[in-house]
Design a protein around this ligand. Structure first.
Ligand code: G3P
Length: 230
């Protein structure tokens, strides 16, 4: 499974990249709005920071032709742009309008396996089932993704599934077990996946014990080791 970051915060993107776990970025209009920055400059900076890994930017209209046109314009920002279209009739129509053009697509706001199947049949590059938002409304989000994966696995398809709207680290483990290709996570969840107080506590003990090791102050000083013939 690969990990995308669900953010438009450049610092968060840089941190995830430095940890060696970043395979792409997803955004949506709400995430973009939080940054309070000029959209074109922000999108360009994200795409450059993440290149050549994919960056999802969302079309913002309800009409198929307008969304198709926005998809083309968003794609001009950078070659790694993937355009998010809603998994509804207008989004499917927009997807069909741009088929054959060099525009990558991510069908978003997927809340059911049937939406996923149709988006796959229409040739979406990615689909984004929203787990957390389903669970917020009292439905089995993880169950939906498991069912969706089972259905898609039985067919040849180039569409990759991005599990989105993740609420806690445990969901990531379940998503990985279900064979989902990608999980997109907010930075706070990524941190929670890594941070563990037991790691910190035991590291403190190791570093304290190291203070008792003879020769420790020279070990990492090349010139002193060389002089000693080590
Ligand atoms: O990628 C989809 C995601 O942005 C939605 O997440 O946390 O707003 O439900 P959330």
């Amino acid at each position: 499974m690969r990990l995308f970051l669900d953010t438009a915060d450049i610092n968060e993107i840089k941190k995830a990249k430095a940890w060696g776990v970043l395979s792409g970025v997803t955004t949506n209009p709400s995430i973009i709005a939080r940054q309070k920055k000029d959209f074109f400059s922000l999108a360009t900076e994200i795409c450059e920071t993440v290149y050549p890994m994919p960056v999802s930017l969302e079309a913002v209209d309800r009409e198929p032709e307008a969304m198709a046109d926005q998809a083309r314009k968003l794609s001009e920002i950078s070659r790694n742009v993937v355009v998010k279209l809603p998994a509804n009739p207008a989004g499917m129509e927009a997807l069909t309008l741009i088929r054959g053009e060099s525009v990558k697509t991510n069908l978003t706001l997927v809340f059911s396996p049937t939406q996923a199947l149709l988006a796959t049949m229409a040739g979406a590059d990615f689909i984004s089932p929203f787990i957390g938002r389903l669970e917020d409304r009292g439905y089995d989000g993880l169950g939906m993704v498991r069912e969706l994966m089972e259905a898609l696995d039985r067919h040849e398809s180039k569409t990759e599934v991005i599990a989105a709207s993740i609420r806690d680290p445990h969901q990531i483990v379940e998503i990985a077990k279900a064979g989902v290709h990608i999980a997109t996570v907010p930075f706070v969840i990524l941190e929670k996946m890594l941070l563990n107080t037991m790691t910190d506590m035991d590291l403190d003990k190791f570093l304290k014990d190291w203070e008792e090791v003879p020769g420790r102050e020279y070990m990492f000083r090349e010139e002193i080791r060389k002089a000693a013939g080590a």
